[in-house]
Design a protein around this ligand. Structure first.
Ligand SMILES: [Zn+2]
Length: 252
């Protein structure tokens, strides 16, 4: 069948969730109602925004909506793509890393945060933000909220602070696999769920066997999900290098 981390595989994943009675929603919509079975579609647009446009179009065809978090850097912040994804009805949010960009200067970082939030709000009434993990940076971008409060900026929620991950099962493609949080520095959450999946096929099987919790947040990086063979191979090689660096630095 299809290789993992292709758009076809992602489509199969989404369709399986739908077939098993899950509502597929943006984070903003998740906050508005109580769903019996829900899969929050979160996307961190770290780079290659065109790939995010493709997952957004695919979801639109399936009649579902998700959240796309854009960074304040040229490899992510593509105005045309932001506008197109918003026009498809998806939620747009800010993938902040202001503390890293401002090298730990809190006062500069909050000004930078507000500036980019305002920029993004030209295209969408942004209500949620989400930290970028900045794996090779010494700064944890969430620390900005030790000194400031995002609610003062008309932001209603940040997943790392406002989701109880004992209630919502968190799955992320960090490390280009579904069990990569072991080697991730910051993209991990405390959770009571004792479930682990490596491939997308394993997740699909678990959906069909009813082994997944009723509330789930997916976090994918659409740059990894490609039908372009060369891009797919590049992403595989790059990720293997990154994973071995992370292991060398962070895993004892
Ligand atoms: Zn990120």
């Amino acid at each position: 069948m299809f290789k993992d981390f292709t758009l076809e595989k992602y489509e199969a994943f989404l369709k399986t969730a739908i077939a098993n009675g899950y509502q597929l929603v943006s984070y903003q919509d998740y906050l508005k109602e109580n769903f019996d079975k829900v899969l929050i579609l979160r996307h961190d647009v770290d780079k290659k925004p065109q790939n995010s446009l493709k997952t957004a179009q695919l979801q639109h065809q399936l009649g579902v909506k998700g959240t796309y978090y854009f960074r304040a850097v040229p490899e992510s912040f593509d105005v045309e793509v932001i506008q197109k994804i918003a026009a498809l009805g998806h939620e747009i949010g800010y993938h902040y890393e202001d503390l890293t960009i401002c090298k730990g200067d809190y006062e500069k970082a909050i000004i930078h945060f507000e500036k980019w939030l305002t920029k993004l709000r030209k295209y969408y009434p942004v209500k949620t933000v989400c930290m970028h993990g900045s794996p090779l940076s010494k700064y944890d971008n969430r620390k900005l909220w030790d000194k400031y409060n995002y609610r003062d900026y008309d932001v209603v929620a940040e997943p790392y602070f406002d989701i109880d991950f004992n209630q919502v099962f968190y799955i992320t493609d960090t490390g280009r696999k579904w069990d990569g949080t072991k080697v991730s520095v910051r993209d991990k959450v405390d959770s009571k769920f004792n479930l682990s999946f490596h491939t997308t096929n394993e997740l699909i099987t678990a959906f069909n066997d009813g082994k997944l919790p009723v509330k789930i947040m997916q976090n994918i990086h659409p740059q990894r999900w490609s039908n372009n063979r060369l891009e797919w191979i590049q992403e595989l090689i790059l990720q293997n290098i990154k994973n071995s660096i992370k292991k060398a630095i962070f895993v004892k």
